[in-house]
Design a protein around this ligand. Structure first.
Ligand SMILES: Nc1ncnc2c1ncn2[C@@H]1O[C@H](COP(=O)(O)OP(=O)(O)OP(=O)(O)O)[C@@H](O)[C@H]1O
Ligand SMILES: [Mg+2]
Length: 259
């Protein structure tokens, strides 16, 4: 599904401008990486897509429909989120954590009793295999797994409802570089093979270059680069990572068509 931001702005009550008039279209199936210094607005932009934050002005559209006009359960069924700290229930089993990805599509009694449909259980097992875990990890508590294994569980949970969109907020920040690459490979495969639109914030430039179809860089809530990873040059990087994100916003470096 396409994600479209139209003149999206977010101003916090203390006057902080997190996002300023963002216009951006991310086509279905694209793996788009958001770069930018700390505080640039990456998380706020992601959270506006699934209704976790309400914009101050402008709109986000998912598949042409305004996010603001849709209920949170409706959004949850189509948009999954992957977090830096995995967001798992640490004392629950791997299985329970993966199944949690399906709760927005289940009646409440099933969630409360833990009586999940067989088809969903089979799917959880299949997904576990797809992210490189096995049934042993389904039975263990999440807290007994390594960071890389926990993030794989986080991905399996995100894949449970075949989401049209995955929002990933620094999904590899807590992992070592090798595990980080593996997690990004799984996300990229999801975009390539399932046509899932992936919008992913990263701090690791090398990983962004290696995996993204497109890079969008933010600086003080504005887009200052939008293009193919190859197009990112030293000057762009100097601007994106200018010392102190509070320096005056530079003029746009380059705005390109999506690749
Ligand atoms: N709930 C909040 N209330 C007030 N200000 C906030 C809130 N959340 C974020 N901000 C501010 O909005 C701006 C953008 O924050 P955001 O978390 O989107 O940045 P980020 O690019 O994700 O940074 P990081 O790389 O550190 O995660 C920052 O100035 C931040 O302090
Ligand atoms: Mg953030």
């Amino acid at each position: 599904m396409e994600i479209r931001f139209e003149q999206l702005s977010k101003v916090w009550p203390d006057g902080t401008k997190a996002l300023c008039e963002i216009d951006l279209v991310i086509p279905a199936g694209q793996f788009c990486v958001l770069l930018g210094h700390s505080g640039a607005g990456k998380s706020t932009l992601l959270r506006c897509v699934n209704g976790l934050e309400n914009p101050t002005a402008g709109q986000v559209f998912v598949d042409g429909q305004a996010v603001a006009s849709q209920s949170l359960p409706t959004l949850r069924r189509r948009i999954a989120m992957v977090h830096q700290h995995f967001g798992l229930v640490s004392r629950a089993s791997g299985a329970a954590n993966v199944m949690a990805g399906a709760v927005s599509a289940l009646p409440l009694w099933r969630v409360l009793t833990g009586l999940y449909p067989e088809a969903l259980k089979r799917k959880a097992c299949h997904l576990l295999g797809a992210v490189g875990l096995d049934e042993v990890h389904l039975r263990r508590r999440a807290e007994q797994l390594s960071g890389g294994q926990q993030q794989r569980l986080g991905l399996a949970r995100a894949f449970m409802l075949n989401p049209a969109i995955i929002l990933a907020d620094e999904p590899v920040a807590s992992l070592d570089p090798t595990l980080g690459r593996e997690v990004l490979e799984l996300l990229r495969n999801q975009a390539r093979e399932q046509g899932t639109t992936v919008l992913c914030s990263l701090h690791q430039l090398d990983l962004a270059r290696a995996f993204a179809d497109r890079i969008v860089a933010l600086h003080q809530g504005r887009i200052i680069f939008d293009g193919a990873p190859d197009a990112l040059n030293a000057r762009d990087l100097a601007v994106i990572y200018a010392r102190g994100g509070n320096a005056a916003a530079p003029a746009p470096v380059r705005l390109q068509e999506a690749v």
